[in-house]
Design a protein around this ligand. Structure first.
Ligand SMILES: [Zn+2]
Ligand SMILES: [Zn+2]
Length: 237
């Protein structure tokens, strides 16, 4: 064991490692328990819109979508665990999964969907940035957090319906940097209505990006948006 591994092993005695999805205790060097690892199956999501079935939308500001899982079952548990701010293992797992499919040579950098400063202070991190960093580590792309800004808001996005989400997406703004000719991989944790990703992709194009593709951990499928909101609210209570 090298020094780093000894440190991780010792830390594990104090803070035992847990599965990124269900929270079960796992070995210090693992990310998921065997049960969750076996039941996470990649979904056949459309590479154009990121949905299943395809929405048929043809005017999307991103050229393609890389999505690891449908937002349900263990994958959904993993995202919720990330959002609660207590376990980053699922972000690392998603980074590796997505990294296997994304051709590094096709992009210049990764831009995570930003989070307002106050929300980051509450949670300790921006989960989109953590997933982006994990993709970057697996395929060797830099992460840029200086391209987009999220203005502060008291509204939690998962409480919103589709129309309100489009309004809420206006809180995302361009930083003003020039991105002339850059090929960008925009990254977020969950693709819901797509209003956030579309707004951010459109801003990156306005800043000069030659190509914007989207990488998301999970995509909401098989349920109407309202049902998704309702079950989320039930879970919060
Ligand atoms: Zn598990
Ligand atoms: Zn599609």
């Amino acid at each position: 064991m090298n020094r780093q591994a000894v440190k991780a092993w010792l830390l594990d005695l104090l803070y035992p490692n847990r599965c990124g999805c269900c929270g079960a205790f796992i070995p210090w060097n693992g990310l998921l328990c065997p049960d969750c690892a076996a039941s996470l199956t990649p979904a056949a999501l459309c590479s154009h819109c990121g949905k299943m079935p395809c929405t048929g939308e043809d005017k999307l500001p991103y050229s393609r979508v890389y999505a690891a899982y449908a937002y349900k079952d263990r994958a959904r548990d993993g995202i919720l665990s990330l959002k609660r701010g207590n376990n980053l293992n699922f972000a690392v797992h998603l980074g590796r999964m997505l990294g296997e499919r994304i051709p590094a040579a096709a992009y210049d950098c990764i831009v995570p969907v930003p989070m307002s400063g106050r929300r980051i202070r509450e949670r300790g991190y921006n989960q989109a940035e953590r997933i982006g960093a994990a993709i970057g580590a697996s395929i060797g792309l830099p992460v840029r957090q200086d391209c987009l800004i999220q203005r502060q808001s008291d509204i939690r996005q998962h409480d919103l319906g589709a129309r309100e989400r489009r309004e809420h997406a206006k809180l995302y703004e361009a930083s003003g940097h020039k991105l002339e000719g850059m090929r960008i991989l925009l990254c977020d944790d969950v693709l819901t209505t797509g209003s956030t990703a579309q707004r951010c992709a459109a801003l990156l194009r306005q800043m000069g990006a030659a190509d914007v593709a989207l990488a998301v951990g999970c995509s909401v499928v098989g349920k109407t948006h309202t049902e998704h909101d309702r079950s989320n609210q039930a879970k919060e209570k």
